[in-house]
Design a protein around this ligand. Structure first.
Ligand code: B12
Ligand code: SF4
Ligand code: SF4
Length: 341
């Protein structure tokens, strides 16, 4: 059964396929509770609301017996850190340069689910990627796909740090694979690389300090403390993942839909000029579109403030007149950073 599922998953384009039981140990719950109790989730209150379901697969779906964890390699064919120092240009996380992974992975999960339903006589199953109350990383580690590194993401000796995760919960009883062991050793490269010191300790992240959270999830002004550290990162952050030595085993993704669409590091002035319709058109089908024009213009304003390019001052002044007060404040800050007033 496992061989047949694995073969079909690989045929559909998944890169890693592992199996585990639909139960998580009490530590996963304890760690989730500690993360929430510390307020490390910031304003992501959806994490709190369905914590029971998140911590235990059967609390989400009582029929679950086994979990199939599927990894999709999105390793870039370029250095994701290359554009961080480029004056006047933006850095967009490499995971968001092409087609939205939610669509790509969900499509494949559904196809695998349909194949399983036909092959195993209508066996009940459910498919998840990212947005459901599922602890994807602990499940993936338990299934042996890789381990949660000190930066908290799942990495593997075979794929490095560039794996999207997706799961199928199923009522089928499937023999579990062996869990993965941690191979970080004494390395601290990811912790040292973080521009905002977002790790209070190894294996623990304070999302409120993380540029990925601040640029994507957080509404409202970017706290002053993190503005300069944000540099030109207008969407997400790859620093801790890119620093990991296990990436030397990564191979560029075979999924063409994840390849950059258009310029990888577009000029900030061009990005600031996008209105709502222009933003939607440019990022149609990309995860970037999810943050909406307000957070987008706020992030671009901060990047302009960090550009050191006085020629961008009029662009900042223009953003300072935005109808959205959060964008306008970021625009005023950027103009000041570029020498205004
Ligand atoms: C909320 C969330 C975020 C938040 C918080 C991130 C976080 N680390 O929790 C923010 C917005 C910051 C974020 C950012 C990113 N995310 Co995100 N995110 C999620 C989401 C929806 C939930 C994660 C979660 O449950 N967090 C809660 C905490 C409690 O869990 P945790 O980090 O696993 O915490 C564990 C450790 O602290 C550990 N722990 C604590 N103490 C100790 C001690 C020891 C010894 C050990 C071993 C462990 C340990 O136990 C905790 C529980 O297991 C998942 C999808 C999902 N449904 O799982 C995607 C997910 C984790 N994100 C993903 C990605 C790609 C990213 C980014 C790389 C995107 C980017 N480039 O900008 C960054 C990476 C930032 C980082 N260093 O984590 C991928 C990661 C894939 C992978 N290979 O791991 C996921 C799985 C989505 C997917 N389906 O592919 N994300
Ligand atoms: S994604 Fe960036 S800001 Fe967030 S923890 Fe990693 S290096 Fe730090
Ligand atoms: S950079 Fe080092 S500590 Fe961080 S995840 Fe990779 S091996 Fe582990």
């Amino acid at each position: 059964m496992k061989d047949a599922i694995r073969a079909e998953a690989l045929r559909l384009g998944f890169d890693a396929v592992r199996f585990t039981a639909a139960t998580l140990p009490p530590e996963a719950r304890a760690r989730l509770d500690a993360f929430l109790a510390a307020g490390a989730h910031g304003t992501m209150d959806w994490m709190e609301r369905r914590a029971d379901q998140r911590a235990q697969p059967r609390a989400l779906w009582p029929e679950a017996v086994s979990v199939i964890v599927l990894g999709t390699n999105y390793a870039p064919s370029f250095d994701p850190m290359e554009s961080v120092g480029w004056r006047g240009r933006a850095t967009i996380s490499c995971y968001a340069q092409g087609r939205d992974y939610h669509d790509v992975v969900k499509g494949r999960l559904k196809a695998l689910g349909q194949w399983m339903a036909a092959r195993f006589k209508g066996v009940p199953l459910k498919v998840f990627v990212d947005t459901a109350p599922v602890m994807e990383k602990p499940l993936a580690q338990q299934a042996g796909l890789g381990w949660q590194g000190k930066h908290t993401n799942l990495l593997s000796r075979e794929w490095g740090n560039w794996l999207f995760l997706g799961e199928i919960y199923t009522a089928l009883a499937i023999e579990p694979d062996e869990a993965a062991r941690e191979h970080c050793g004494s390395c601290t490269a990811c912790l040292d690389a973080c521009p905002t010191a977002a790790f209070p300790a190894p294996f623990r992240l304070d999302a409120r300090r993380c540029l990925s959270y601040l640029s994507i999830e957080h509404r409202g002004p970017i706290p002053h403390e993190f503005r300069r550290a944000m540099g030109n990162r207008v969407y997400g952050c790859d620093d801790c993942l890119a620093a990991c030595p296990w990436n030397k085993f990564a191979r560029a993704s075979r999924e063409m839909r994840f390849a950059p669409r258009g310029e990888r590091a577009p000029p900030l002035a061009e990005l600031a000029a996008l209105d709502d319709a222009g933003f939607r058109a440019r990022f149609s089908g990309s995860p970037v579109k999810r943050i909406g024009i307000g957070r987008w213009r706020r992030n671009v304003a901060i990047a302009i403030g960090n550009s050191g390019d006085a020629a961008l001052r009029p662009v900042a002044q223009d953003l300072a007149r935005d109808a959205d007060p959060v964008v306008a404040e970021a625009g005023r800050w950027a103009a000041m950073e570029l020498g205004d007033g």
